[in-house]
Design a protein around this ligand. Structure first.
Ligand SMILES: Nc1ncnc2c1ncn2[C@@H]1O[C@H](COP(=O)(O)OP(=O)(O)O)[C@@H](O)[C@H]1O
Ligand SMILES: [Mg+2]
Length: 327
């Protein structure tokens, strides 16, 4: 088999080239195989040939995998914005990918023709919320009274309408809004023409948001939500594609291979929730690195999942008990 600079394909698969390089760097002794040694995760990254960590839990839109659900959710929001439907609600479990979706949306909207505000900390009183929205839209938020603030917003909305521009406010973690704040948000959307709303408001939140919106006291708001989408976890058939996609974005030419058994374990543990898939894969790769293999067996994945769940193990390479606290 022809040798390349980094060894034969079979060698690369086993990580032979990388292992030698890492040994030369002094990064592969027993001590450094302990995943809790500082820098261990950087070494695992290099061992597998990733340019960056493939399974971070930050909502980085560069990593987005367009599952059927994510495409549909994005299309719902884009439709609501384009058609000026007023209120749009996106609801999903923690870790389903809502914030990633918001960031993807923000990066894809044309900022010349669509002005956006993104509020990710809705733990604000009604007036603070309006001020934050104004600030994010680049407007003067120093008005003393609520009326001053609303006048500024309305003048801006009219100006944008005259140019046929759209204005969108995305409120992430909207389940954190109190009823009073939701009522304020509803009032923000009062300005409208006969057919169009001048401000599009995207409420993004955990399933509690659905319950809040069902509260009879805020019936008026519920009635205004024209587009609503529930972002479900990934289907089992999408888990491999999701994992491979993230590994390829992380810059790996020849990613480690997750066996069917390993995928089964990860799917079962995560129930298809991307955040949980990331946790499981990150730990699984760390363990595969410890065992110096690029072939991810069911046993390696199972051990990773057990560790995340805080199960105890007999000592392995100096590791005693691995629990969630280590994340
Ligand atoms: N469709 C997706 N493609 C790639 N990564 C995703 C996707 N959905 C979620 N993730 C990842 O899962 C983790 C949790 O996503 P996040 O958007 O923070 O979820 P939520 O806001 O619903 O709690 C992040 O690391 C994110 O990058
Ligand atoms: Mg989020």
């Amino acid at each position: 088999m022809p040798r390349t600079r980094s060894g034969t394909q079979a060698e690369r698969r086993k990580g032979v080239g990388q292992k030698q390089r890492l040994q030369q760097k002094g990064g592969f002794g027993i001590a450094s195989r302990n995943p809790f040694t500082p820098g261990a995760s950087a070494v695992y990254q290099e061992f597998f040939g990733f340019k960056e960590k493939p399974f971070n839990v930050t909502p980085d839109p560069r990593f987005i995998y367009f599952s059927d659900q994510h495409i549909e959710a994005l299309n719902h929001v884009l439709y609501g914005i384009r058609e000026r439907k007023g209120f749009i609600a996106i609801i999903g479990e923690v870790g389903a990918g809502k914030t990633t979706l918001c960031r993807t949306l923000l990066s894809r909207l044309d900022n010349q023709t669509t002005k956006t505000a993104y509020i990710f900390n809705p733990d604000l009183s009604g007036q603070q919320l309006i001020r934050t929205i104004l600030e994010d839209l680049g407007l003067d938020a120093t008005g003393r009274t609520k009326k001053d603030l609303l006048d500024t917003l309305n003048a801006f909305l009219m100006e944008q309408l005259a140019q046929n521009h759209n204005v969108v406010v995305i409120i992430d973690e909207a389940q954190g809004l109190g009823k009073r704040e939701l009522e304020e948000v509803r009032l923000l959307s009062n300005l409208e023409t006969e057919t169009d709303k001048l401000l599009q408001i995207v409420l993004v939140g955990q399933p509690e948001l659905a319950a809040i919106l069902d509260d009879p006291e805020i019936r008026q708001l519920k009635q205004r939500i024209a587009v609503r989408y529930h972002l479900d976890p990934l289907h089992k058939s999408e888990v491999r594609k999701y994992i491979d996609h993230r590994m390829s974005v992380a810059g790996c030419m020849e990613p480690p291979h997750f066996t069917e058994g390993a995928l089964e374990v990860i799917s079962k543990f995560s129930k298809g929730v991307p955040r949980m898939i990331n946790l499981a894969c990150d730990r699984t790769l760390l363990n595969a690195f410890v065992w110096e293999t690029r072939e991810i067996s069911e046993a390696i994945a199972q051990r990773a999942v057990d560790e995340i769940e805080g199960k105890k193990f007999p000592s392995l390479l100096g590791m005693e008990k691995l629990t969630l606290e280590h994340y």
